[in-house]
Structures are given as C-alpha cells and as structure tokens.
Design a protein around this ligand. Sequence first.
Ligand code: MCA
Ligand code: AMP
Length: 494
Amino acid sequence: MSKDSFPQLRNNSSKTALVEGDRSYTYAEVNQRIDRFASGLLADKQDLEEERIAFFLPASLDYVTTMHGVWRAGGIAVPLNVASAVAELDHYLNCASVTRLVTSPDYLESLQALCNDLNVQLLTVDEVIASEATALPEIGEDRRAMMLFTSGTTNKPKGVVSTHKTIRAQITTLLDAWAWSENDVIPLFLPLHHIHGIINILSCGLWAGATVHLFAKFDIPKITDEVIAGTYNVFMAVPTIYVKLIQYFESIDAERVIRICDGFRAMRLNISGSAACPVKLFNQWQELTGQVLLERYGMTEIGMGISNPYDGERRAGYVGQPLPGVQCQLFNEDNEPVSEEGTAGEIRIKGDNVFLEYWDNEKATRESFKDDWFCTGDVAVVEDGYYRIMGRSSVDIIKSGGYKLSALEIEGVLLTHEAIVEVAVIGVEDETWGEAVVAVIGLRDGASLDYDELKSWCDGKMSAYKIPKAIKIVDALPRNAMGKVTKPALKELL
Ligand code: MCA
Ligand code: AMP
C-alpha cells in the first residue's frame, strides 16, 4: 500500500488504535510492530513478490500486525477462518499455494500435522518479528494484496484476490459515506476472514484514526457492558447479531435492558448488512433503541456496493443507492440493462472496488464478468430511487448468520457418509439465522440415521455453522424430467 494509506499508522500517532482485553496499543506502537514484522518476513529478500502468507489468528494485535506486515513486505495476505475444520484449511492452503502460515502459540499443535503434510512453514508472530525494522519495498497499487475465500455454486470455495487499489477504494468510499472520524470507537466481534470485519470495521477504523475494540467472539455480556458504559459510538453487525441482542434482552432484567438500549441510543450509527435485515427487525431495533439501522449491501468480490444514506431517509427493507465510485446497473435475463423502476434485474458492478480475479481460476473469473461488469448473482429492483434485494439467482447459495454457504459443498461432505446415497441441502427461512441449513437425505437400503449421530459425524469435517440444523429422511429426492433434483420442491416436503 502506498505511503499515504492508513495515515494515522504512518504518522505514528499516539492515539489508541486497538484495545484487546485490558491492553491498548497506540497507532505508533502498532506501526512499529508492523514494520518489524514485515522486516522479519522479508529476512534477506527485497520484496515478497506476492508470496501467499496465510494467518490463523483471532482478532488481535497479532492479526493486525500480520495483515499489514504482509502488505508492507509485498505478499498476499490470506486470513483464515479460525473456526475452520482441518479439511477446509487444507483446501485454502493448497488452493492459494501458501508457503508460510502465521498463528499464535495456542494453535501450533493443532496445525502442525497439516502444515507438515503440505510443506507449509508454521510460525508464530513473535518468531517472525525482527529486532529492528529494515528497508521495506515500494508496493504499487496494482499489486495483489489479499485473498479471501468465498463459497459459490461450485463445490469448493474460491480465492477472491483484491489489489491494494481495490482495498483502498473499498475503504475510502465508506469513510466518506458513513462519516468515519478519529473520534469513532467501534467493537469488532465479527470473524476476520470476511470483508465485513476486515474492511468495514477494522480497516475503515484504522484508516480513519478511530479506536477498534477487538473481541475473539461475539461476547454479549462483555460487549453490552461496554455499550452501557458509553464506550462505543458506532456499531456494525449482521442481522443475526441484532436478533441475538433482542433475544438476550428477553433473558435479563428490565433495568439492564433499558441501560443497554440507552447505550445504543447514544451512538451516532448502527449498521446492518451481509444478509437481508427483515423489516420486523429494523422496526424492533428502532423501537428499542431509537436507532434507525443503516442497511447496506456488499459482497466479497466488490466490498460494499449499495448503501442507505448516512444523512437522509434509511428505508426499511431497502439497501439504498450505489456508493460513490461504485457503478451499479441491473440487467435482465436477455443481458439488457434495466432502466425503469419496478423491473427486477441482476446487480452488476464496475469500479475500483471490484476484485481482480479468482485465484488460479481463469475460467471462473471470465465467467463472472460480462462486458467488464461483475455479475453478482443477486437480483434487485429499484423502487422510488432505492434498491431492494429480492434474492439470489442460485438456490445453491445459502446465507446463514451472515455467512455465505454453498449447498453443494455441504452436500459433497454429507455424501461421504456411508449411510447416505443422495442428499440435497437447502436454506430454510429462520428468524435467528436468516436461513437455516437443512439436509434432505435418501439412505442406503437398510441404513438408518439419526440427527445427533449425523451432527457429531460432521464435527471436524466442516465449520459448525455449515452443519445442518435439521435433516429430513425421504425415500427418494424429487427430480424433474431431466433427472435433476428440484430444490424448490424440497421445501414443500419439510
Ligand atoms: C452457529 N450456530 C448456528 C449457526 N452458526 N446454528 C444455525 N445456523 C448458523 N448459521 C450454532 C452453533 O453450531 C452452536 O450450536 C451455537 O449456534 C453457537 O455457535 P457460535 O458460533 O458460538 O454462535 P455465535 O457466536 O452466536 O455466532 C453467531 C454469529 C456468527 C456471531 C452471528 O454466525 C457470526 O459471526 N456471523 C457473521 C459472519 C460474517 O461476518 N459474515 C460476513 C460475511 P451448538 O451450541 O449446538 O454447538 S459477508 C461479507 O463480508 C459481505 C461482503 C458483506 O456484505 O458484509
Ligand atoms: P459474501 O459472499 O459472503 O460476501 O456474501 C455476499 C452476499 O451477501 C451478497 O451477494 C448478497 O447475496 C448477500 N448480502 C449482503 N448484504 C446484503 C443485504 N443487505 N441484503 C441482502 N443480502 C445481502
């Protein structure tokens, strides 16, 4: 990243950048640690030349040090999901041809065997950090910077590669649109292998010179204590988090609920995104806290694309208008632009915010662009000047708790179970999770399967949020004349 990025870091400001538990770190401390980490990564090299350095770290000073250190040394940062199963990590490390994996001492033992198998060097942050910073390379804005894995309609997640320029565009448009300032204080409890946590919260916060409070998980009692104390003035989360907060309010005494809601009321901004925010939830949150949720729409490949306004009407059930610098156009099934309001079309996006490529997958990259527009697969309509997301064009994509899941990937794992001969995974509407994963299963003759048995079998084979929440055993899956499973028909079986 060029020298004018993350100005407070570069200026060694004495302001607090990060709070982690009872420790806090100034921009100057973080900056110097990043330089020493980048120097250690380089050792005797001038530039990492886009070497893929993965990291398996919860939200922490170490995470920030590693991400920025890789950027400054000219590598590609590959942040991994710390809730991943080993088989998933195997895919990420292999797909990205990762050479080094950085983690904390806590995870060394569980990652060592995998790293040995894949010939990946496993290191802790402290092992990498050099005693002194050395000269770091100039990194052009068009260089590759980060790879995030995203599920698609194919079996295995693909690596979405963004350049330094992509990341800058994704951050800077939000700084203006959401009026970030160095007075902001925000909690970060979302996972740090997705845009929402990485760009919208952590990177915007650090670029703006704000203070980011890091949590390894969504710890409701601790976070709401800070809300009561008036620590935060901005809050960003997926809809499931707001649902879980409301459920928490139902389990605590009324006095505490009032104090928490007052804490939210005093904030300057509450944002919801990553999945549709139901109108009921939007209204409940406003009644409880007085906050009118700002809903926005984004995707790993584009960062944020469409947002309700900071100043102006935030309309329930709508995601607003394209952000500055983001070109957005709806297209109908004949590939023609849709200009009139009220007609649905696929959202396609152009702009510096759009990713460069799917790693090592030229075919998928080519197929995801039409005439230089990135095709999101999301269908929307414009009504009275505001975009409304109507859903996805593929039934094989499920959004659960804000995570995008591939039904095919889950089916692929379930099919390796000895009792299962056929399976179809679908997303079923759910008040807490948005959609819940349900598997419709056909069994081998004479076999039986109960849910708890399948759930524990899935443990370790996939991240917990991918494990079906319910199963339905059927004699045969419904198929159309072509022999293809008809997923919409499955929902009627449930
Ligand atoms: C967890 N559980 C679930 C799910 N997830 N059950 C059903 N569906 C799910 N999706 C179960 C676990 O199996 C466990 O069950 C119990 O809930 C507690 O699990 P835990 O992981 O502790 O849950 P949690 O901490 O309450 O997690 C909920 C969460 C999390 C905090 C909302 O899902 C989350 O962080 N989601 C955000 C993901 C995100 O950042 N997405 C952004 C990507 P048991 O007790 O039986 O074991 S999208 C993006 O970046 C784009 C660009 C965008 O637009 O933002
Ligand atoms: P991901 O691939 O995890 O980045 O997820 C991106 C997808 O999340 C988008 O393609 C949309 O389907 C969905 N999404 C993000 N924000 C919203 C929103 N506000 N409303 C509805 N869907 C959303």
